[in-house]
Design a protein around this ligand. Structure first.
Ligand SMILES: [Zn+2]
Length: 62
């Protein structure tokens, strides 16, 4: 069987970081999970999209 371990590479020093570790063992850089950032961006795009949609509808009334 293949070992399925999500390997995270430190963006600062390139060291391999074990899954679950929050800091790089070599340089101590904090490991950020991209998923949270993507979620925040998606929510932000949705909110902006709704805002623009509402604005465009209200502007048409003139
Ligand atoms: Zn590092």
């Amino acid at each position: 069987m293949e070992e399925k371990i999500n390997k995270i590479i430190c963006k600062k020093c390139g060291e391999e970081i074990k899954e679950g570790a929050q800091f790089c063992g070599k340089c101590g850089k904090k490991v950020k999970k991209c998923y949270i950032l993507i979620g925040v961006i998606l929510v932000f795009i949705c909110v902006v999209g709704i805002y623009i949609y509402i604005n465009s509808r209200t502007n048409k009334s003139t």
